[in-house]
Ligand binder design. Structure first.
Ligand code: SF4
Length: 245
């Protein structure tokens, strides 16, 4: 069902983009007949034009553009941009915050201890990296603080990079999106940065018309293993959404 135009306009006025239409229901303006994207009203014409061009890219062009991207300052310190990895027809899309040091070094998301924990979480769901799952991040290049440590991406960095994730979602069309951690959740849902993760758990959200579940980032769970049980509940909720799809 096509989204109510009034609702679309209100969401755009609130800056809560992107707003999606499912593949096959669009006006056909985006590439390959896939989902259309309406950008927030606050986007500059140049940004809107770039985002629209991204929405017409195929996988090869998308990854090439990400690897050569200079749209924000994160390009300056990167070793590798990290587009994402996995099954391009996956039912599950996991989205984290951004690459860390090891991910930047290897060019793959979620490697190292947090990646091992994510792999264990996948195994518990009878999934595996690359099999019915795709793993991506909000930003594709590593955000590094002045102290040389990983830091969350800024709002500008997120805004610059989001068209790439939007296109990945559009190409994959997963049945469920799992936002790993607060940065992923608030970026995908267009919420204020100070929104608590606790307030977002145990609910079914939507990114466009795709269901989205919020849970803890594996790096957090390594520091707070007592919250693994809560995370498992979140994943079970996500799994339950697949049953009727
Ligand atoms: S983080 Fe995203 S927008 Fe920034 S340079 Fe990397 S790919 Fe481009």
């Amino acid at each position: 069902m096509q989204m109510d135009p009034d609702k679309v306009r209100k969401l755009q006025q609130m800056g809560l983009g992107p707003v999606w239409q499912r593949r096959g229901q669009s006006s056909g303006e985006s590439g390959g007949g896939s989902a259309a994207i309406a950008l927030p009203a606050s986007e500059s014409p140049e940004e809107a034009a770039y985002a629209a061009s991204v929405m017409s890219m195929d996988w090869a062009m998308l990854e090439e553009n990400i690897r050569g991207c200079g749209r924000c300052g994160l390009c300056q310190g990167r070793t590798h941009a990290v587009p994402g990895v996995g099954d391009r027809k996956a039912r599950w899309l996991f989205v984290g915050e951004g690459p860390g040091r090891q991910e930047d070094s290897q060019g793959e998301p979620f490697v190292g201890p947090a990646g091992k924990l994510l792999d264990n979480m996948l195994r518990a769901l009878a999934l595996a990296r690359g099999a019915n799952t795709y793993i991506a991040n909000i930003v594709k290049c590593r955000p590094v603080g002045a102290d040389g440590r990983d830091r969350p991406p800024t709002a500008d960095e997120v805004a610059a990079c989001m068209p790439y994730l939007a296109r990945q979602v559009d190409l994959i069309r997963p049945d469920v999106i799992v936002a790993l951690g607060k940065t992923a959740a608030v970026s995908l849902l267009g919420l204020p940065a100070d929104t608590s993760l606790a307030s977002l758990r145990d609910k079914i959200h939507h990114y466009a018309d795709l269901p989205l579940i919020v849970t803890y980032h594996p790096a957090y769970l390594l520091r707070q293993p007592a919250d693994k049980a809560k995370s498992w509940r979140d994943l079970c909720l996500a799994k339950s959404l697949l049953n009727g799809r």
